[in-house]
Design a protein. Structure first.
Length: 278
């Protein structure tokens, strides 16, 4: 639901626009109506709308007077659609100066109204998405040092930040990536494996064992090179490609003696004997 305020000094025009919105754009919820600048100013601060419909000429004032006042305060935190009988080129230019989404002349064409509202929906969805990202980033930054996280982009623009240590493996599934976790859960990420491979193998203890799979070394319990099988601490398994297995074997031979093994991963040293036998 989109909260909207209507600034129009003629009652009949207000009622006409509200009726059209109710019929063609039911997602618009008019939370307040105003017929003058001062009242509209107060209502905007009170209701904090997502969208404001503005007529231009309001008796001795104009809606530009309202916008100038709000702009001076840095309080234009809403989208703007002009609905006016004063559709001059000068007014249209001034509307653009305030980043208005649309400029609809009276009498109102329903198709133009629907188009303008759709623009508002798209813009507001983007703003909401950006706010969500900002909040998640703040959460991420607070917890970053103790428990490093990465962003997983899910369906419909949702982004979830997950603890890197809890990932066991990431597997390609065409253009998307299946991300598996130590607790047995799984997420479907909308970015391809190449994105996560570049991110995780560069900054964290991950290794790409095939074109389709990267694994978290801190979650590995056993590697059987003769079968190219990787077993994780939670009992699940995956397989390296022949070339990936050879690369993984060389990596372990070169690095295992230098790695700082976590307490829960100490058993890896014993299990990796299988690597060097084959």
């Amino acid at each position: 639901m989109i909260k909207a305020i209507l600034l129009e000094d003629t009652r009949d025009n207000r009622e006409t626009l509200i009726a059209m919105l109710h019929k063609h754009c039911p997602e618009i919820h008019i939370v307040a109506e105003s017929e003058n600048v001062n009242q509209a100013y107060q209502l905007i601060h009170l209701f904090k709308p997502d969208l404001v419909f503005l007529d231009i000429q309001l008796d001795k004032e104009t809606s530009f007077d309202l916008l100038a006042k709000l702009h001076a305060e840095g309080s234009i935190n809403f989208e703007i659609i002009f609905v006016t009988g004063h559709g001059s080129a000068e007014n249209a230019t001034r509307a653009i100066d305030y980043s208005a989404l649309d400029f609809i002349n009276k009498p109102i064409d329903p198709e133009k109204l629907i188009k303008a509202v759709n623009k508002a929906k798209t813009k507001l969805n983007k703003i909401q998405y950006e706010k969500q990202i900002e909040l998640l980033l703040q959460h991420f930054q607070v917890n970053n040092q103790k428990h490093p996280k990465i962003a997983i982009q899910l369906l419909k623009g949702v982004v979830e930040f997950v603890v890197v240590d809890e990932i066991t493996q990431c597997c390609a599934n065409g253009p998307i990536t299946e991300v598996f976790f130590a607790d047995g859960s799984k997420m479907t990420a909308m970015k391809n494996l190449g994105h996560y491979s570049r991110l995780l193998t560069a900054d964290y203890q991950f290794f790409q064992i095939s074109n389709d799979t990267i694994i978290n070394l801190d979650q590995v319990k056993r590697y059987n090179h003769s079968e190219l099988q990787v077993e994780f601490n939670n009992g699940t398994t995956t397989y390296a490609s022949r070339r990936g297995g050879q690369d993984f074997k060389r990596y372990l031979q070169d690095n295992i003696q230098f790695r700082d093994i976590h307490k829960e991963s100490k058993s890896m040293l014993g299990y990796f004997k299988d690597v060097f036998k084959n």
